[in-house]
Design a protein around this ligand. Structure first.
Ligand code: B12
Ligand code: SF4
Length: 489
């Protein structure tokens, strides 16, 4: 006979319930229409404090009734994430709405962009700003606020707090760490479980390309490489760390959806962990499809891992091809070679894995450069090409060298779909050629029709996706968005 035990709960802290808010993207064009996945960042943060306080998540991409949720939850603390530079205006607008609703609510900002450009949130409405990974400092801050212990708050590293109207940094631990771990770390394996249940009401709205109901997974953080345009290694201060295959399996077993994107920047880098995972997925008969971001050099060095993963369901790999010539790869400090990219493409295709090829468009290009890129994509049959415009993101090495050349500092233009650098071609021509890249290469619709035939997606899924994709190939939309009025900040 089953014995039911009383559920033991830690006492709730006196800060009141915590509401975590995912802002609504207000991108001017493009990719927000093709992918919208769960806010895994907030699910992790929630997992870090759920034994201390009642916590819930508001995904404003789906439900914009911020004040109503503040009233319903009686939130004493609101945490809000700013991952994208382009989201700065809407996060600033949201924190103002929160304080206008109730100035006693404690407002805490965190996330990728906020960590690298904290000054964007030095507003009277922002009480605290957490830089870097948020789980531990958020927990420590909630405890310290509940205890009204200001000295304890000042002992939390990489935290901005307000004093006499100024935002002050507590303290910064060793700035450059560069700990590239070669085996799984306890820090990753033992991090809190993401509270995926807190977005149950939004699940049916999430999509990943033409796949409905994606559930995202994280098995690694950071990156071992140092590309000059990339903010990931800056955010993680050079660290790279993974969790065990056993922990990943534990989470995959709980996933309800059929499509599972791994959001790691550098997935499946450790061959033994990747292979353990593949074998576990196969032996347990877990029937799902996976998407992941991987390095060409890892694929070339360990093709056996990727063959095993393909057998386990790996569907598509986002590979940072970036450039098709050696001189540009060198300039970007990519640490890779065109030949390695080509070999990786071959390995993945042989294993039956589709490629989401990330390719950089340089504003200094002439028309021939666009032609060469389109030719490359078609020649090597990159199923899902992604063309991003070279963008000096705040916090990157590229930003330091390019800052004086910026033609726009409007954060909404830092979405990789607008140029913030001067173009060699007249601007209309540049966007015409940029949009034409998608027309010239397209998403390979043949592959998608096969997915319909295999009943992996429906005709309706494909129709909706195609309609959204149309935006990307219309140069007028890019031009129009350049003169759009800034909103709310
Ligand atoms: C997965 C991913 C995607 C996916 C899904 C995106 C989505 N909408 O969710 C895909 C591939 C579709 C994608 C697309 C794009 N992406 Co993207 N993406 C990522 C990636 C690899 C992981 C994000 C993630 O979930 N990480 C896992 C969580 C757990 O980590 P985290 O978000 O950092 O959260 C931690 C901390 O930041 C902090 N934290 C976060 N929020 C909060 C809140 C509070 C209150 C607190 C206290 C702490 C806190 O604590 C968390 C746990 O430790 C990041 C790189 C990165 N490492 O961040 C890029 C990244 C965020 N993407 C980026 C960009 C630019 C894009 C695109 C605009 C590029 C493009 N044009 O294609 C599009 C836009 C898509 C869109 N509309 O959202 C940039 C953003 C740079 C910037 N400054 O704006 C990044 C940083 C990569 C890069 N350097 O180029 N992306
Ligand atoms: S672009 Fe990719 S490989 Fe390069 S530093 Fe960023 S995450 Fe690492």
């Amino acid at each position: 006979m089953a014995i039911s035990l009383p559920i033991l709960r830690a006492p709730r802290l006196s800060v009141g319930p915590v509401l975590l808010v995912q802002p609504k993207n207000e991108y001017l064009v493009g990719f927000n229409e093709t992918v919208m996945v769960e806010p895994l960042n907030l699910e992790f943060i929630a997992g870090a404090v759920d034994d201390l306080v009642d916590v819930s998540i508001l995904d404003m991409r789906i439900d914009q009734k911020l004040e109503q949720r503040l009233a319903e939850t009686q939130a004493g603390v609101v945490g809000i994430g700013c991952g994208y530079t382009a989201d700065v205006p809407i996060v600033r607008a949201a924190v103002r709405r929160i304080k206008a609703y109730n100035r006693d609510i404690v407002v805490i900002v965190g996330g990728h962009h906020a960590s690298l450009s904290p000054q964007d949130f030095f507003l009277p409405e922002v009480d605290y700003l957490i830089c870097g990974e948020g789980e531990q400092p958020f927990r420590a801050l909630i405890q310290a606020i509940a205890e009204h212990d200001r000295e304890k708050i000042k002992r939390i590293p990489r935290l901005y707090y307000q004093e006499d109207g100024a935002h002050l940094l507590t303290w910064e631990e060793d700035h450059h760490r560069f700990r590239v771990n070669k085996t799984p770390t306890a820090e990753m394996t033992e991090r809190p479980r993401p509270r995926r249940d807190l977005v149950a009401q939004y699940r049916k709205h999430y999509y990943f390309l033409y796949h409905n109901n994606p559930w995202t997974m994280e098995s690694a953080r950071g990156c071992a490489f140092r590309c000059n345009f990339c903010s990931v290694w800056k955010f993680h201060r050079g660290d790279y760390k993974t969790e065990t295959a056993a922990r990943t399996m534990e989470e995959i077993r709980q996933v309800d959806g059929k499509y599972v994107p791994f959001i790691d920047d550098l997935a499946f880098r450790q061959p033994d962990v990747a292979q353990d995972l593949a074998h576990a997925l196969i032996s347990e008969g877990i029937n799902k499809r996976y998407w992941a971001q991987c390095r060409a050099s890892d694929i070339v060095e360990h093709p056996e891992s990727f063959h095993a993963l393909a057998e386990a369901g790996l569907d598509m790999v986002l590979m940072g091809i970036e450039a098709i010539d050696q001189a540009t790869l060198k300039k970007l400090n990519k640490g890779s070679k065109p030949g390695v990219n080509l070999e990786a493409i071959q390995i993945l295709h042989k294993a039956g894995v589709k490629i989401w090829g990330a390719l950089i468009v340089d504003p200094s290009w002439g028309e021939d450069d666009f032609d060469r890129l389109a030719e490359f994509v078609n020649q090597y049959n990159i199923e899902c090409p992604q063309f991003t415009i070279l963008t000096p993101l705040p916090g990157t090495d590229l930003y330091k060298t390019m800052e004086s050349k910026l033609v726009s500092k409007d954060p909404r233009h830092f979405d990789f779909l607008h140029t913030v650098l001067p173009t060699r071609l007249p601007i209309e021509k540049f966007y015409e050629r940029y949009a034409r890249l998608y027309q010239q290469t397209g998403m390979k619709m043949n592959g998608m029709l096969q997915l319909v035939r295999d009943k992996i997606i429906t005709v309706d899924d494909l129709r909706v996706f195609k309609a959204k994709f149309e935006e990307l190939i219309n140069p007028e939309i890019y031009m129009k968005s350049l003169t759009a009025e800034p909103v709310g900040y």
